[in-house]
Design a protein around this ligand. Structure first.
Ligand code: NAD
Length: 502
């Protein structure tokens, strides 16, 4: 039996090592001890949970359960109104447990509590949005040239959706995937990251509690090449929805092609922030700092490349440096903390390798560039916020996604050069522009090749608006009414109302 954290005092919750099984067919399935994995807190490496990891057979069982629920269960035939009500109940359940969920998220992925609280709120908002949308999605009756024939378009669920997600926004991305898919009548098999399965499993507990039919949602923790790959190739999965790295996204696309499976991909980024000379500099510096150092820089859309007009370069950097040096690094559960540890030792080493590479390639470190090792930090994976100047466009630190607290900075002369540099990567997820000139906003936004553009801000995300990348940052769009297209298919129906003959 899964122990729900709300039944315990908070101090006990944070101390106890919780056990989680696989969530298959509405039941908790506990694997043999050799398939149980310890999940640790990246701030101190304490074990916080023991989680059953699925193998291929367990994953197949979860997929069959979703298939059965789709073909034979009540979900697909349930009225859209009833489906929407369940999603709204789930949103309420998340809100009721929001503080515990936020604390668990911070414990598991090192995110400052203040950011985890926002994630949990946005996860609830997401279920609420799609709960409200569930009964507003409709087909149509379309005129045909012959009035004896009634033309109609049905919008139907696709079937079983395989959803594979990363470790940087574990609960929120689970919500982004599940809420629209469920609202449209699909059944799901969700694989959280092997590093951060906890809040997705807590969500599964809430899904059971609020009364979703068995098998509609299945959550299987485990390794990518085992569980993720089985989801990708299994013939009972009709569509794959993946969020993660470009490299894994490409592999999955190849596997999906074998089965001609539908696929949508939300991939990495190396997003630019452009600061023009007419921008409000102190205000823009705060957004630029947030745009790269939020969530330790482990954000797909982090504005990790900064372009500053040459006439304000020095004063802007001075202000940015001042703010960056003031970032409060510490225990993610501390209310004051603004930056926690990165997710794992492996990831810390990866980021440090990029920092070394940057130095070897000739970039100059303006601040940071090292692991924090004093008493408070040495058991965790804490990095100092790092800013590089003197960069060239062909450097690895400029072209590759580091996915950590590392910013590279350039000077530019004019608008054309800024746009050209901003577009000069294989990525196209986000971009931020800082200026007070409305004409420039329009010109620059139009030329930027990115799926999300922020003007005088960065990293904001609203469930009502479409999310997704240009170029290699992805295929498809999540959120808003746009996600309806990703999780439905159209059926043309022609009814011979006039009984005309051939
Ligand atoms: P990742 O690609 O390593 O892993 C993502 C998921 O895929 C995990 O669940 C993992 O277990 C699984 N996986 C790994 N190898 C697999 C395989 N061979 N077959 C099937 N599944 C496999 O990415 P990550 O390190 O977890 O997350 C970081 C990446 O995610 C970054 O590139 C980041 O930009 C991206 N991301 C994108 C968005 C977006 O909205 N575009 C959002 C968050 C993160």
């Amino acid at each position: 039996m899964l122990t729900f954290i709300t039944s315990l005092a908070r101090k006990d919750v944070l101390k106890m090592v919780r056990r989680y099984g696989l969530f298959i067919g509405g039941r908790w399935v506990y694997t043999s001890p050799d398939k149980v994995v310890e999940i640790t807190n990246p701030a101190n490496q304490d074990v916080i949970a023991e989680v059953s990891f699925a193998d291929e057979e367990d994953t197949k069982e979860a997929i069959v359960s979703a298939r059965d629920a789709f073909e034979n269960g009540p979900w697909r035939t349930m009225s859209q109104v009833e489906r929407g009500k369940l999603l709204l109940a789930l949103a309420r359940a998340i809100r009721e447990r929001s503080e515990e969920l936020a604390r668990l998220e911070s414990l598991n992925c090192g995110k400052p509590l203040r950011e985890s609280r926002v994630d949990v709120k946005e996860a609830a908002d997401c279920f609420e949005f799609y709960g409200g949308l569930a009964d507003k999605v409709k087909g149509e009756i379309t005129p045909t040239p012959d009035t004896g024939f009634l033309g109609m378009v049905f919008r139907e669920p696709i079937g079983v959706i395989g959803q594979i997600i990363p470790w940087n926004f574990p609960l929120l991305i689970a919500a982004w995937k599940l809420a629209p898919a469920l609202a449209m009548g699909n059944c799901c098999v969700l694989k959280p990251s092997e590093l951060t399965p906890i809040t997705a499993l807590e969500l599964a507990g809430l899904i059971k509690e609020v009364g979703f039919p068995d098998g509609v949602v299945n959550v299987v923790s485990g390794l990518g090449p085992v569980v993720g790959m089985e989801i990708a190739r299994n013939e009972y999965v009709d569509k794959l929805s993946f969020t993660g790295s470009i490299e894994v996204g490409k592999q999955l696309m190849r596997v999906a092609a074998e089965g001609l499976k539908r696929i949508s991909l939300e991939l990495g980024g190396k997003s630019p922030a452009i600061v023009f000379d007419d921008a409000n500099l102190p205000f823009s510096a705060r957004w630029v700092q947030f745009g790269i150092f939020m969530n330790q820089g482990e954000v797909c859309s982090a504005t990790s490349r900064l372009y500053v007009h040459e006439s304000v370069y020095d004063s802007f950097l001075e202000e940015l440096l001042r703010i960056t040096r003031g970032i409060k690094i510490g225990d993610p559960l501390d209310e004051a903390t603004e930056m926690g540890p990165v997710i794992s030792k492996r990831h810390l080493e990866r980021v440090l390798r990029y920092i070394d590479l940057g130095k070897k390639e000739g970039a100059e470190i303006l601040c940071g560039g090292f692991r924090l090792m004093d008493e408070r930090f040495k058991r965790g994976f804490f990095l100092s916020p790092t800013i590089f100047v003197g960069c060239r466009n062909d450097m690895a630190i400029v072209q590759e996604e580091i996915f950590g607290p590392v910013l590279v900075v350039f000077k530019f002369k004019d608008e054309d050069e800024a746009v050209e540099l901003a577009n000069a990567t294989r990525y196209g997820l986000g971009a931020a522009v800082f200026t007070r000139d409305v004409g420039r906003v329009y010109r620059v936004v139009e030329k930027l090749r990115a799926g999300v553009v922020w003007v005088n801000s960065s990293q904001l995300c609203f469930v009502q608006l479409p999310w997704g990348g240009y170029k290699q940052s992805g295929i498809g769009r999540e959120l808003g009414t746009y996600a309806v297209e990703e999780y439905t298919q159209l059926k043309q129906v022609v009814i011979n109302v006039g009984y005309g003959t051939v």
